[in-house]
Write a protein that binds this ligand. Structure first.
Ligand code: PHE
Length: 337
């Protein structure tokens, strides 16, 4: 190919480059080691010595022209391509985002965590007992007589004879006593189950937190002050507390724990049924029989225990009128907390 037709061919090839990547191919086929320009150079040796300097000069000029034109075209194509990308991949960072629904703790779990936090700071450590329990730990070791109505199938879910769903977190008491030497100061949170009619105020499944303290010289006054401090912190109010005598087979004496109504400051309202008081827990001094079941010398040691329902606490704290709401997983309800 002569110089002129090579130049024409190059201009044609160049005109056909529509993408910056095409430039590389053209560059290789003209300027590469085995390219057209190198072939022309190689042909120089067939030229006469008079022609050779001029021809050499012309080939060099062409080489330079090709190099420049390729570079210029490359710049042109590459910058056009960049502009297209900038156009297409443009993001308006000032646009408002799409809100993503995030999960959160269930209100019962939230109440549980707050209660645990307060009690841990008061020196209690957390222990867990099993949901599926033997009749022994749920009733017998807690001093329930054989014919006690709570043991009845009507109140308790039995899985097999002697195996049941625990009816209270008190099942953890003797388990902990067996494995720990006093002083012991624990709480045992967890699920409980009772075969009850479901209503606004009661459910077949609910949560409790058990408290148990065993040491030398533990008194009723310790129980009172501990619960008063705890409920005051939990309800974030300067509440009053009172004990009413009550009966649980595993404590003696046993009490029902009331706090002054935080809705009306004890003046009487619909929440506290005009009494000014709300029942929040059962408690008492650990029965010597129960200490014995736990392998603890009741001559040397005494203890207190309490148990309260988390659903009840959450209903009071947030003014929830129906315990069933906690189990229904309705988002419009749960999102409030
Ligand atoms: N276990 C009792 C209940 O479920 C509560 C309780 C616990 C009472 C510990 C006294 C001592 O009602």
């Amino acid at each position: 190919m002569n110089l002129q037709s090579l130049r024409d061919q190059f201009l044609l090839d160049l005109a056909q480059c529509t993408h910056s990547k095409d430039i590389e191919h053209v560059k290789v086929s003209y300027l590469g080691k085995k390219g057209h320009v190198s072939a022309l150079m190689a042909d120089l040796r067939h030229a006469s010595s008079q022609e050779r300097p001029l021809l050499g000069q012309q080939i060099n000029d062409l080489k330079q022209e090709i190099t420049q034109k390729l570079e210029a075209r490359y710049e042109q194509l590459a910058s056009a391509e960049l502009n297209i990308r900038l156009e297409q991949e443009w993001i308006d960072v000032s646009l408002p985002g799409t809100a993503r629904a995030t999960g959160r703790e269930h209100v019962i779990v939230k109440t549980l965590h707050e209660a645990i936090e307060i009690l841990r700071n008061m020196g209690f450590s957390v222990q867990y007992g099993p949901d599926i329990e033997t009749e022994y730990y749920n009733f017998e070791a807690l001093n329930f007589p054989k014919d006690h109505p709570a043991r009845d199938m009507q109140d308790t879910f039995y899985l097999q004879p002697n195996i049941l769903l625990r009816t209270h977190t008190s099942n953890t008491q003797v388990r902990v006593m067996e494995s720990t030497t006093p002083p012991l100061r624990i709480i045992a949170p967890g699920k409980c189950f009772r075969s009850e009619d479901v209503s606004r105020r009661s459910h077949v499944s609910f949560h409790q937190i058990e408290g148990l303290y065993v040491d030398k010289h533990v008194t009723f006054a310790d129980l009172f002050s501990t619960l008063e401090e705890f409920f005051g912190k939990l309800f974030q109010s300067d509440l009053k507390m009172r004990f009413r005598p009550s009966y649980f087979p595993f404590v003696e004496p046993g009490v029902e724990v009331d706090v002054s109504c935080m809705m009306c400051q004890g003046h009487g309202c619909s929440i506290c049924k005009k009494s000014g008081w709300l029942e929040v827990a059962g408690a008492g001094m650990v029965h010597p029989e129960v200490l014995k079941y736990g392998g603890i010398d009741s001559e040397q040691y005494s203890g207190y225990a309490w148990g309260f329902g988390l659903e009840r606490i959450a209903m009071l704290r947030y003014g929830v009128p129906d315990i069933r709401l906690f189990m229904e997983n309705r988002l419009s309800f749960l999102e409030q907390f």
